[in-house]
Design a protein around this ligand. Structure first.
Ligand code: ACO
Length: 333
């Protein structure tokens, strides 16, 4: 049997600047009460001008490399997930390679929004189990704060997002002890792609960029919040149940559920539907906001460092996001 993929190192990094709900009250038409009640968020981190997603990914990568106890030269492949690349192209994977000073190993960018980490994890898992690579660096990082719409039209989204990065090192498990990634399940429903999207810049449009887009706010992300809420709170439990059934596990076997930190009300709804005690659910959105692809690996790194995850525990990850895409993964730690 092919070896399972284990996570041997984790790390995360958020930019030092903290922006509280009260700070947002000063620049837009919102309130701490509204934000906390609707999302559970108290504060988030914002990157300074000149700092991009690749920079956060690199800081997180150094921490993951250190925690794995490896030398950077041992990394033989990079996978990066972001919806906020430093540039329209190339992706951030190549920038991470250059900034870490790695050799000419391949770098792959995955674009699956809030589900990006689990989609990327599934790709890494296939490569490791096939024997293609021995030490994969997987980074997920987002700088969203540089493109938020603080007007009334965009305030439903602007208050939710924060900046952050996280990374994991993935390797084949040398032992035959059953530890590792047990499964990944990936789903999407592309019919809903306009319900949570950033329409411009668009290759369908000629010219791709023009001044009227600034006037109409065409460069900002938009969502149908009600539909996102409804689908997220159904699809994540569905994905978790598919994963548990596939592995002959029940919800009682789960030591920690790490849902994408979309909105704490969504996480609570997911916990309720799955009948898992809320203490077993990772929740850090109050301090970081929604960091899209980075939210699951940030929560994972915190859980590992806090000792919430023990050897042999079953950890379940689940995500939902733009696309719509949704996913789950089961890891025996
Ligand atoms: N501050 C103050 N008021 C606001 C804000 C804000 N930041 N944003 C919107 N409002 C106002 C609206 O303008 C509207 O005002 P109106 O009634 O005068 O027109 C009112 O609040 C709407 O409030 P609600 O009655 O709570 O509306 P609704 O029930 O539709 O809830 C919400 C909106 C909170 C966005 C809800 O749809 C939701 O939680 N959706 C989930 C979206 C989410 O969390 N996405 C996560 C990001 S995507 C992802 O990661 C998958």
């Amino acid at each position: 049997m092919n070896p399972r993929t284990i996570i041997t190192g984790t790390g995360h990094f958020v930019p030092p600047k903290v922006v509280t709900n009260f700070d947002l009250e000063k620049i837009m038409n919102t309130s701490d009460e509204w934000i906390q009640q609707r999302s559970g968020i108290r504060e988030r981190h914002y990157a300074e001008d000149g700092v991009g997603s690749s920079d956060l990914a690199v800081e997180a990568a150094w921490r993951a490399i250190e925690s794995a106890g490896i030398d950077k030269s041992e990394i033989d492949f990079i996978i990066a997930a972001t919806i906020a690349p430093d540039h329209y192209f190339p992706g951030i994977g190549v920038m991470i390679q250059a900034k870490l000073g790695l050799s000419t190993i391949g770098a792959l960018d995955v674009r699956n929004q809030c589900s990006g980490f689990i989609y990327a994890l599934s790709v890494a898992d296939q490569y490791i189990r096939a024997g293609s690579y021995k030490k994969i660096l997987l980074c997920a990082a987002e700088v969203q704060s540089h493109n938020l719409d603080y007007s009334d039209e965009g305030r439903d989204m602007a208050v939710l997002f924060g900046d952050g990065g996280a990374a994991v090192i993935l390797e084949p498990n040398p032992a035959d002890d059953g530890r590792g990634i047990l499964s990944t399940h990936l789903f999407c429903d592309g019919r809903a792609y306009r319900d949570l999207w950033m329409e411009h810049p668009s290759s369908r449009r000629k010219p791709t960029i023009s001044a009227d887009l600034f006037e109409t706010g065409g460069f900002y992300a938009r969502m149908d919040g009600k539909n996102v809420f409804k689908n997220a709170s159904v699809r994540m439990p569905e994905a978790v149940m598919a994963a548990l059934q596939h592995n002959n596990l029940t919800i009682d076997d789960v030591a920690l559920l790490i849902p994408h930190q979309a909105n704490d009300r969504i996480s609570q709804m997911v916990a309720q539907k799955l009948r898992i005690p809320i203490e077993k659910v990772a929740r850090n959105i109050d301090r970081f906001g929604n960091t899209t692809a980075a939210s699951i690996p940030i929560a994972l790194d915190e859980a590992v460092r806090e000792g919430r995850v023990k050897r042999g525990d079953h950890i379940v990850l689940t995500a939902f996001g733009s696309g719509f895409t949704w996913a789950s993964a089961v890891i025996r730690w």
